[in-house]
Write a protein that binds this ligand. Structure first.
Ligand code: GAL
Length: 442
């Protein structure tokens, strides 16, 4: 079985991220109002004195990633002031609500963090964000990003955001000492959900928490990885175009596994964000947490060593599948400083910006034109993730906006949280998921 477990002494694998086309190394500041070949009437031309940037990279290791990006921004754009409008709450749990209110009140920030994929359709349908495909031409981004990403960004021939990074959501982060204490070999990755559950029984019997789980969006993220494991990539994709029924028996099997996994968790963490839930794994109080690879930034910031203090592997049953999400920044309609937005989009898409940011954030650059030397600056985990993204089957994350519009993801979060808290039976839960996604494939 191919694994992405990092064990001490294992050499970095050779890299195979597919490069698509030449790709210029764009490092331009983009702050001028009349860039070469552009017309002053473009929506991204105008006031560049400042840029207010809404993200949810407000605390902990995620804040460190943003800071690394802002450092490059300040170097590239000395005349544009960066205004940090970050709001606490992993997964955008609070930022998205505030953003929706600001956009509805026609009081947009200059740019905001969103996810590439279906999440953008809510903003596009409400005409709250602007087509920036012309900026892609100006900054030569079509050659810089892989086709698989450009496809996910394109809606009816238009592109509405610029990605800063690519994250993988189907990763288990584990404490090898806790696994060993239960008499298990941490280098033996369970092959599927049933094998993983059997291991958790042993860890529970040894007196440790097998799995930690936090607030609603982290619960949805766990569920989506169980769906991928049990349905496989094709049937999982079918959940979003109507070709796999949410009320099918396969989905019921996955919900049953999810219900079983909950029995290994500590319910006192259900209101916590991802980082406190992960901390029990860091501290050797729990064995596993399923989280996106922003988690590696948390381990790094606490000087933990991959292969020794922690290990990682694809959620059992999802090997060879890359559960994809990408943070992507927009130009809102009516942004007060569109020239500042252009400067931000220029920095986040530049090689320098993507390398500085992603090295700290745990993700991989969205650009596919890094040299071998540039790739070698990344951690072993990230080099493996680059390779996986180039060769695995890519599916879209529900919890992080790639698969479904915001309204549907929110409705799924509500149904999942209710089930996790014991407010619905498994049948009721499945019926609520059917309701949450009604209208798909039409
Ligand atoms: C995701 C986002 C990641 C990370 C994560 C946890 O939605 O794409 O970059 O911020 O939430 O907060």
């Amino acid at each position: 079985m191919r694994r992405i477990v990092a064990l001490a002494g294992v050499a970095a694998l050779s890299l195979s991220l597919t490069a698509c086309g030449g790709g210029d190394d764009n490092q331009s500041s983009g702050t001028t109002e009349e860039g070469e070949g552009t017309s002053a009437s473009q929506p991204w031309e105008g006031d560049a004195s400042e840029v207010s940037v809404t993200t949810w990279w407000e605390a902990g290791s995620e804040k460190l990633g943003l800071e690394a990006l802002v450092e490059v921004f300040n170097e590239q754009n000395p005349d544009t002031e960066f205004i940090n409008a970050a709001l606490a709450g992993g997964g955008g749990s609070q930022a998205k609500q505030k953003l929706a209110a600001d956009l509805a009140a026609q009081n947009p920030p200059d740019t905001f963090q969103a996810h590439a994929g279906a999440e953008l359709t809510d903003y596009i349908d409400a005409a709250q964000i602007v087509d920036i495909s012309g900026l892609y031409d100006e900054l030569k981004l079509r050659d810089a990003f892989p086709d698989s990403l450009i496809d996910r960004l394109t809606v009816d021939g238009a592109i509405y955001s610029v990605p800063s990074n690519i994250h993988r959501a189907n990763v288990v982060w584990a404490n090898p000492a806790v696994i060993e204490e239960a008499g298990l070999d941490p280098s033996q990755v369970p092959a599927d959900m049933d094998a993983w559950i059997a291991d958790m029984e042993k860890i529970k019997a040894a007196g440790k928490t097998p799995l930690t789980l936090g607030m609603a969006w982290t619960q949805t993220q766990l569920l989506e990885t169980v769906l991928i494991a049990d349905l496989g990539a094709d049937a999982y994709n079918g959940l979003f175009d109507g070709s796999t029924a949410w009320d099918s028996d396969e989905v019921k099997t996955a919900l049953g596994h999810f219900e079983k996994l909950l029995t290994f968790t500590d319910s006192s963490l259900y209101s916590e964000d991802w980082e406190p839930a992960m901390q029990l794994v860091v501290d050797g109080k729990a064995a596993y947490n399923v989280m996106g690879d922003w988690a590696i930034a948390s381990f790094d910031s606490q000087n933990k060593e991959a292969g020794k203090d922690y290990i990682y592997f694809p959620v059992p049953g999802t090997d060879g599948v890359f559960d994809f999400l990408a943070d992507s920044f927009t130009l809102p309609d009516g942004a007060p400083h569109p020239g500042g937005t252009k400067a931000w989009l220029s920095t986040i898409s530049s090689k320098e910006g993507q390398i500085a940011f992603n090295k700290v954030k745990g993700s991989i650059p969205a650009r596919s034109d890094l040299s071998d030397d540039e790739k070698a600056e990344f951690s072993e985990y990230q080099q493996n993730a680059m390779e996986s993204f180039g060769q695995d089957t890519i599916v879209s994350s529900i919890a992080h906006g790639a698969a479904l519009p915001v309204k549907m993801s929110n409705a799924i979060n509500d149904a999942v949280a209710k089930f996790v808290e014991g407010g619905s039976s498994l049948d009721e839960f499945q019926a609520e998921l059917v309701d949450a996604t009604s209208g798909l494939g039409q």
